[in-house]
Design a protein around this ligand. Structure first.
Ligand code: PMP
Length: 405
């Protein structure tokens, strides 16, 4: 069946608007995707029909909310093919998922002199928590570099991994370069030397099929708000064997089994890592986003986004003076670029006045900027609802902007 872009766009009312009297073109989905009516309706339905605090429910509403909340856990388990629902932990976002593992895995398994490998293309969220851990435990951070094309130099892993290496943290897909990292190969190389692997899937989950068992990932994290769901919800997948050995990350309600002043015992997975009332509304509404992803088919979405990526890349390459950062062969729907010496913020501001929403700056990936010795880039990013017309309007507006300089 052909990809019905008009039908998909009809699910996202926000796209059908004018800003500054111009058609709205949203090219910032890597920062956060827009939300479809299915998600908005699910939130409304919950609050109109069956809201209650979940778990330990003694009444109808809470029972029903609990069933739906736990149903989303099952949806995610199925989506990423986890071995069990206990391996799916709800957090606030990818950032919290990284912090959870950095704290909790770190507490148990990282000691003085141990090494943690982080790639050079990571988002700050997948760097700073490991730095904090390294400081706390007197461990060492090592960097897996990328080449100017935007490909990780994974052959360097052979020398980087030593008997002291305990964990490797790497993005599935770079939020700046768009590189789809060869995580199967990376995980296999790391496992040969007994190194656990944390995959930052913030840009991965919604763009490519993820099978955590096939990947053999130890941890895989992502955010609902980048996958058509509400903000305030993240997912941490972790292998049960690790999660069972890791101490709780936060204390509070739900994560306990029994509390007394002589000692407290902890709940089973996944609740051991879910202290306090979770974001019930957003988790349940995320279920509707997952249904849409499933119905549309992640492979159909990936192939549509790739088509948009190819069109946008070749049109950008035709504009003299444009430099694209990140030209890996395996690339997802993100293009970072600059035009001559023009500050990206100036380009972004002018584009905005023409109705085009792009992102400018360091994209929370300072080491990538340092690699190319630049202050920042303009970034456009695509999702299931990005149309060829969006790209035409963007390119026309960019050319107009360039003529102004
Ligand atoms: N990692 C990557 C690769 C990202 O793109 C982002 C968000 N820009 C994050 C981590 C952090 O995600 P969140 O802000 O949802 O926690």
């Amino acid at each position: 069946m052909p990809y019905d872009i008009e039908k998909i766009r009809s699910y996202f009312p926000i796209l059908n608007q004018q800003v500054y009297s111009k058609p709205f073109v949203y090219l910032d989905s890597a920062a956060s995707t827009q939300k479809p009516i299915q998600v908005l309706d699910a939130e409304k339905r919950l609050h109109n029909e069956y809201y209650g605090n979940i778990h330990r429910a003694a009444h109808y509403m809470a029972d029903k909310a609990t069933a739906d909340f736990e149903g989303v856990r099952d949806q995610i388990k199925e989506f990423i093919n986890a071995n069990s629902r206990e391996e799916i932990i709800f957090t606030k976002g990818t950032t919290e998922s990284v912090n959870l593992v950095a704290f909790s895995f770190g507490e148990k398994f990282i000691n003085e002199g141990d090494e943690i490998i982080v790639s050079e293309m990571e988002h700050h969220s997948n760097i700073v928590p490991w730095q904090l851990l390294a400081e706390r435990k007197k461990a060492v951070i090592k960097v897996l570099p990328f080449n100017d094309n935007g490909d990780l130099q994974i052959e360097k892993l052979d020398e980087l991994i030593t008997p002291n290496t305990k964990l490797l943290a790497v993005a599935h897909i770079s939020n700046v370069l768009g590189t789809v990292n060869p995580i199967t190969e990376i995980i296999s190389k790391a496992h040969q030397k007994n190194v656990a692997v944390f995959i930052d899937g913030a840009q991965g989950f919604q763009h490519t099929a993820v099978d955590v068992q096939k990947l053999d990932a130890d941890f895989y994290a992502f955010s609902a708000h980048k996958a058509y769901g509400p903000n305030g919800v993240g997912i941490l997948y972790g292998k049960k064997n690790w999660l069972n050995q890791m101490p709780p990350y936060q204390g509070g309600g739900e994560m306990i089994s029994e509390v007394s002043f002589s000692g407290t015992s902890f709940n089973d997975l996944p609740y051991k890592f879910e202290a306090g009332t979770p974001n019930i509304t957003s988790v349940i509404a995320f279920g509707a986003a997952l249904s849409l992803l499933k119905e549309t088919g992640i492979r159909n979405i990936a192939s549509w986004e790739n088509n948009i990526l190819q069109i946008a890349t070749s049109l950008l390459r035709e504009i003299k003076g444009i430099k694209i950062y990140g030209e890996a062969v395996q690339k997802s729907g993100v293009i970072s670029f600059n035009y001559k010496q023009i500050h990206p913020y100036d380009l972004g501001t002018l584009l905005d006045k023409m109705g085009i929403a792009v992102r400018t700056g360091h994209h929370c990936a300072d080491p990538v900027m340092q690699h190319y010795n630049i202050q920042g880039t303009v970034r456009i990013s695509f999702s299931m609802y990005t149309s060829e017309m969006d790209i035409t309007r963007f390119i026309n507006s960019l050319e107009r902007t360039i003529r102004m300089f």
